[in-house]
Design a binder for this molecule. Structure first.
Ligand SMILES: *Cc1c(COP(=O)(O)O)cnc(C)c1O
Length: 539
């Protein structure tokens, strides 16, 4: 047998082994412990080689080591149904299988010419279908691209905003391009030249603004006051006054608007009004809807995202509620030319995206490839990376395998699960629910009252009479101990946070597996009951 034949045979054998391992794991994912023990983590770390082996371990030894030694020390069931930390999502069957295929093909999407691959068309189609899923008219966002996550999308959003604001600054020549010319020097330009205003901008917005030269510190990223009647809504009069004042001095303004507050999953009213003001004053409106944007999938929650289509740029996550594998984010902006103007080649003769490169034979930095397929700009000019994986394939596979109805079912079921947990918490003597929807009244028979929690997040803490009482005295707050006690059961996983200055536990439901039968809810109830009983025993 030739060496090559032997290598091929060995690969086929290992592939079957890995496939069968994944199938076994999949069959137990509903009951696997959510996290490894601290001991298992330490044991795995202790086996890491001290340096690069001079003689390779070979593939069979390596894969055996990964499966038996290393992976048991990594998050064992983060993609299982009772991992409620952050907003994590899982991976749908079609997405997981497509991901496996994609790795085998190892295609670099950016290196596609129209006649060499359909990958770019798949990517464009997947992005279009996400808009369909969210009931957003396709023409609202002609600029679309796929990223590494919401943070990557926020970087693009901040960069597009930056270029737009400098191009329209009264202190600079009209059309000034930051992307091409760098930071402008003008004695009249205010300092800072751009501010980012928002209610509770996600940490990733700060990173993004720092990265693209806007600045991520408190002098640039500034909080707007909240509406007196709605702590999640921007005080519209204050925004109006601020925009007018900034226009007076000619400072650029980015307004960031979070759809789905990270702690509560709540939505403020008034995105449409914010958008109208931004338009009037020439501010750039960036909407971060990483997970909350998907409320728009459900007809009954569509009103929560009213006005989303008015954003100048929009961030969504693929690896959260869409349940496609890490990493996958989505970015949308109004005009098809915005991203190529930022990321395309320098050009003195009009926007780069209009240069159809049908005569070009090579691709690479500086080549103006123009459009590929029907009205799809070259991926090279849409994205941060020059080389990138075929990330759209699992997204596309998941979307077509489930269809709109399939995603509606998952998102509705996840929300319903959060509601059930919230009711359990609200009625439990040892717990308090911290994110009941405004207007929700315990015990009310009103059929029109809002859901108990706004979306898929349950924010709670121990009650004053529980073993985990709340406190705003540092070190005395019961919430961190409650979070730790819940997670130590390894039957479910939650994350800790702070809300209104006091510690809280946050349970976010975003996995397609969660709540397919009564098992998950029963498991959650058992854990919530058990941790208080155990804590009482210790006292
Ligand atoms: C998760 C999240 C982010 C960061 O997203 P990544 O995909 O982790 O980069 C940004 N904004 C919001 C509102 C989020 O929920």
């Amino acid at each position: 047998m030739s060496n090559r034949q032997a290598a091929d045979d060995e690969f086929a054998r290992l592939l079957a082994l890995v496939t069968s391992h994944l199938a076994d794991r999949n069959a137990t994912l509903d009951t696997l412990p959510t996290t490894p023990t601290a001991h298992a983590v330490r044991a795995a770390v202790a086996t890491l080689p001290s340096s690069l082996p001079a003689n390779g371990w070979t593939a069979p030894t390596t894969i055996d080591y990964l499966v038996k030694t290393l992976l048991p020390g990594c998050l064992t069931a983060q993609n299982g149904p009772r991992y409620f930390g952050f907003v994590t999502g899982g991976v749908t069957p079609a997405a997981q299988l497509a991901e496996t295929l994609l790795t085998g093909y190892d295609e670099n999407v950016t290196l596609t010419l129209p006649d060499t691959s359909a990958a770019t068309a798949v990517e464009a189609k997947a992005l279009e279908m996400v808009l369909d899923l969210l009931n957003i008219p396709r023409e609202s966002f002609a600029g679309r691209t796929i990223t590494t996550g919401a943070t990557g999308s926020n970087v693009l959003g901040m960069a597009c905003a930056r270029d737009y604001l400098y191009a329209n600054s009264p202190h600079l020549p009209q059309g000034y391009s930051y992307a091409q010319s760098g930071p402008p020097s003008s004695p009249t330009l205010p300092s800072p030249p751009i501010v980012v205003l928002g209610l509770h901008p996600h940490f990733s917005i700060l990173k993004a603004a720092a990265l693209v030269g806007i600045g991520g510190g408190p002098g640039v990223i500034q909080s707007l006051p909240a509406d007196a009647d709605d702590e999640l809504a921007i005080d519209i009069a204050a925004l109006h006054a601020r925009l007018a004042a900034e226009k007076e001095v000619g400072r650029g303004v980015i307004v960031t608007y979070g759809l789905g507050e990270v702690n509560t999953g709540g939505f403020g009213r008034g995105l449409g009004n914010v958008a109208a003001l931004c338009k009037e004053y020439g501010a750039w409106l960036h909407v971060d809807g990483a997970f909350g944007g998907f409320a728009g999938v459900l007809p009954e929650l569509q009103h929560l995202v009213d006005g989303i289509e008015l954003a100048n740029s929009l961030t969504l996550d693929g690896h959260k509620w869409l349940n496609v594998p890490y990493d996958c984010g989505l970015f949308f902006t109004r005009d098809i030319g915005t991203l190529p103007a930022l990321l395309g080649p320098p050009s003195g003769s009009g926007p780069a995206y209009l240069q159809t490169g049908s005569s070009s034979t090579a691709v690479g930095a500086g080549e103006s490839q123009g459009f590929v397929h029907d009205h799809v700009p070259s991926p090279l000019f849409l994205n941060i990376e020059n080389s990138r994986r075929f990330r759209a394939l699992p997204l596309f596979a998941s979307l077509v395998s489930l269809g709109k109805d399939g995603y509606i079912e998952i998102i509705r079921r996840n929300n319903a699960f959060a509601q059930r947990v919230a009711y359990y918490i609200a009625e439990h003597p040892n717990y308090v629910l911290l994110n009941a929807s405004p207007g929700w009244v315990a015990g009310s028979m009103d059929r029109d009252q809002p859901p108990i929690v706004p979306l898929n997040i349950v924010l709670f803490g121990g009650s004053a009479t529980s073993p985990f009482p709340p406190s705003d005295v540092p070190g005395q707050d019961g919430a961190p101990a409650l979070t730790a006690a819940i997670n130590a059961t390894r039957r479910m996983y939650v994350s800790g946070t702070k809300w209104r200055g006091v510690g809280a536990v946050r349970l976010a439901v975003s996995n397609w597996r969660t709540g397919r039968d009564g098992e998950d809810f029963d498991a959650v109830k058992r854990v919530l009951d058990k941790v208080v009983v155990e804590a009482c025993k210790k006292e």
